[in-house]
Design a protein around this ligand. Structure first.
Ligand code: PMP
Length: 426
């Protein structure tokens, strides 16, 4: 990224510029389609069908109906635009299909800015008027900070049992569950990697309570995790959510979003007879952009690139963890990595102020980084997918230098405190 004076920054956090800021092929696709036609989605266009077909090739067969946000609809490929809209529609689909109202979410989750989504985002509603009676919160499946940690024999089952408990307690109060709503990798919750096998178990509990499983891939989809195209696929081959929502990286900055679901869910939704219409979503230009992003991902093999650069970066960060006691945990998959900063190894108290200071020092060094998690102490890596091994080396060298500086500053303060204090008589 460049600022207004041309200074160059290394962007480690921008998952919206997925295939790279201003990627020429994406810019060109938008420009060419703009010169031909961009209009209200009531006017059907091949780009829409082509794009739905291309997306369907990345997903399990069952997820074969696509709603694109910001527009009207076309047979099996419906359209729309902002990611929040995708999650709001997912909620409507789940409620229509199940005939239930209630939602189970993970603690500290964020799913968007619409009223319906603030209500299911503990990250927001805890600061507002609190929790609605139809919202139920399960613990984050965080094996570093949560109740079941790396030493637990089966954290996936233990965290899934927590969801079961939340479901049972809601049902005992007469509540009916429409959906379990979670990011496939909780990012706002602190770059958490749920233990493998957690989602399939949760889905079993949720489905037997009459609800559906919604995977929010808005931050983490489109090859970022390296070994898979979608992050929910890390949970095992057989696991398929009932709804997947997509946003941010989907359009490389162009406002586009999508909901993928099953025929059964779409049928239940359409059975209301209320036509779904959204003027701009899935417009010819939006779909041209979406197609170009998929083309670039393929041509530049960015998913495989994310796997190899991501594991190299994890290795470098692991070396930093061995060197700097402030680094409590390094976790990640592909180019989705969290570095958990702590004050103390035994208590794992979040090093919030230190994290904040580190981020500002990195910015002085022209590196863009930020924090997430309840303690705002987890450095989050989710760079554009073209992030290179050289970028990784450069970033980690700066991180090392700043942490070393910080440690020296602490040491000299401690030494000062050990010196005898001057008495008032001197
Ligand atoms: N879901 C998740 C996981 C998000 O991180 C966000 C945005 N930060 C949204 C949904 C909402 O996306 P938008 O801001 O594009 O509406």
């Amino acid at each position: 990224m460049y600022d207004e004076q041309g200074a160059q920054y290394l962007d480690c956090i921008n998952n919206v510029a997925h295939v790279g800021h201003c990627h020429p092929l994406v810019v060109q696709a938008a420009h060419e389609q703009n010169q031909v036609l961009n209009t209200n989605s009531r006017f059907l266009h091949d780009n829409l069908v082509d794009y739905a077909q291309r997306l369907s090739r990345t997903l399990p067969k069952k997820l074969c109906v696509f709603y694109f946000l910001n527009s009207g609809w076309l047979g099996r490929a419906h359209l729309f635009c902002r990611s929040s809209e995708a999650n709001d529609l997912a909620l409507r689909l789940a409620r229509q299909y199940t005939g239930h109202q209630d939602v189970v979410v993970l603690d500290h989750a964020y799913h968007g800015h619409l009223s319906s989504l603030i209500d299911i985002s503990p990250y927001k509603f805890r600061d507002l008027d609190g929790q609605k009676e139809w919202v139920h919160v399960a613990p984050l499946p965080d094996t570093y900070r949560g109740p079941y940690r790396e030493d637990h024999p089966d954290p996936a089952a233990a965290y899934a049992d927590e969801v079961k408990r939340v479901l049972s307690s809601a049902q005992e109060r007469g509540r009916k569950i429409a959906a379990f709503f979670a990011e496939s990798l909780p990012s706002v919750g602190g770059q958490v990697i749920p233990p493998a096998g957690y989602f399939p178990r949760v889905a079993e509990h949720v489905r037997s309570a009459g609800g559906v499983f919604i995977a929010d891939e808005i931050q983490v989809g489109f090859g970022r995790v390296g070994t898979q195209f979608w992050a929910f696929q890390l949970q095992g081959e057989g696991f398929v959510p009932d709804i997947v929502t997509m946003g941010k990286p989907i359009g490389n900055g162009h406002p586009l979003a999508c909901v993928a679901t099953t025929q059964a869910m779409a049928k239940a939704f359409e059975a209301t007879g209320v036509e779904y219409f959204n003027t701009f979503g899935g417009s010819p230009v939006s779909c041209a952009v979406g197609l170009a992003v998929l083309d670039v991902l393929e041509k530049e093999q960015l998913q495989a690139h994310a796997a190899s650069v991501g594991s190299f970066l994890m290795e470098l960060l692991g070396q930093q963890k061995a060197k700097h006691p402030i680094i409590g945990d390094v976790r990640g998959v592909g180019l989705f990595i969290g570095v958990d900063l702590i004050k103390d190894k035994a208590t794992r108290t979040p090093a919030t102020e230190e994290a904040d200071y580190l981020v500002s020092r990195l910015k002085e060094n022209y590196i863009l980084m930020s924090t997430d998690g309840p303690g705002r102490n987890v450095l989050k890596f989710k760079p554009p997918m073209c992030f290179s091994s050289d970028n990784a080396r450069h970033m980690v060298a700066k991180l090392d230098a700043i942490l070393t500086d910080m440690e020296e500053e602490v040491r000299s303060c401690e030494t000062l405190q050990l010196w005898p204090q001057p008495s008032s008589a001197q």
